[in-house]
Design a protein around this ligand. Structure first.
Ligand code: PBG
Length: 305
């Protein structure tokens, strides 16, 4: 009766990694229980996610070919576009969000267009807008830009509005830190930068005020939901964003946060399920309305037990 915070499968968004081929279900070694899956396998997984009471998934693509500009990202027959169509066909009630970024599609692994060895912010915006439009055209319910270029929310909003997708909301990765906790994801998405790092576009973990500024800018540009990422080392940022703005706040419980728990659990060092539930509760308690988490299915099972 007096418990202040409750988590439910309703809070979760489950990430899926889509790869080419058929019948492929390859476990990501640093993320036990998570897979790179071909479209047919992802459909089965999407059904399971839905049957567990989780309302939403977010899709990441691993294309067969990567190139300098990341053209696979806006290919109407690209890997994510195929997955959206197949999943919306099979499980129409499942809310499908897409990650909008170039790093999974570029040969260099950066999130933007490269000019003289540097990411060119403004030339990237148009490519991201094309990607978002292509996802919307395939049937995505919401797009989530994770690139951290300045001005991308308004670029996406304008493209969607003029392209006939005024009703598609934008969830922006607004306060996204240049974090070592993304390590396992980069194995999963095969998106480790070939040179340099992401510090020219992602945030310094030492900064909190800057997060408020980034969130305010994204809301002004038209973001419907804003995200703080990672979650665990940034609970103070989640709490401050929650208190400062009146839009839904999402938190990304990222790959490294998942892997740490799984690794310790495999060694018998911690009770994995209890640690998982404590982590998810703390993210909610800090103020997140939505949690993107690789634990979604495990946690839904614990909650149902
Ligand atoms: C793409 C992107 C990343 C994550 C989500 N979208 C990786 C990165 O910025 O390197 C990380 C998710 C995770 O670690 O679980 N830009």
């Amino acid at each position: 009766m007096v418990r202040e915070t409750a988590i439910s499968p309703d809070d979760f968004i489950y990430p899926l990694f889509i790869t080419f081929g058929k019948g492929v279900r390859k476990e990501i070694s640093s993320m036990p229980g998570c897979y790179q899956e071909s479209v047919d396998e992802a459909v089965k997984n999407a059904r399971e996610v839905h049957s567990l009471g989780i309302p939403s998934i977010i899709l990441f693509g691993i294309p067969e070919h990567k190139d300098e500009t990341g053209s696979g990202a806006w290919d109407d027959n690209g890997i994510v576009q195929q997955a959206i169509k197949a999943i919306k066909d099979a499980v129409p009630e499942l809310y499908v969000i897409t990650d909008v970024c170039l790093c999974e599609y570029t040969s260099h692994g950066h999130c933007g267009f490269i000019e003289k060895g540097e990411v060119d912010n403004d030339r990237t915006l148009n490519l991201l807008a094309m990607e978002a439009l292509s996802h919307a055209g395939a049937g995505a319910d919401m797009v989530a830009p994770s690139d951290m270029m300045d001005g991308r929310v308004s670029a996406l909003r304008t493209a969607l509005d003029t392209g006939g997708y005024a009703d598609i909301p934008v969830m922006s990765y607004a306060a996204k830190y240049a974090s070592a906790f993304y390590g396992p994801f980069r194995e999963a998405a095969e998106s480790t930068p070939r040179f340099g790092d992401r510090r020219s576009y992602q945030m310094d973990p030492a900064n909190r005020r800057e997060a408020i500024k980034e969130v305010a800018a994204d809301i002004a540009e038209g973001a419907d939901i804003i995200m703080v990422k990672p979650a665990l080392s940034y609970l103070d940022v989640i709490a401050e964003v929650r208190a400062s703005f009146h839009v839904p706040v999402a938190a990304y419980n990222v790959s490294g946060e998942y892997s740490l728990v799984k690794a310790a659990e495999q060694r018998g060092w911690v009770d994995g399920n209890r640690v998982m539930m404590e982590i998810l509760t703390s993210i909610k308690r800090a103020g997140a309305d939505l949690i993107l988490t690789y634990f979604a299915k495990d946690a839904a099972r614990v909650l149902a037990a």
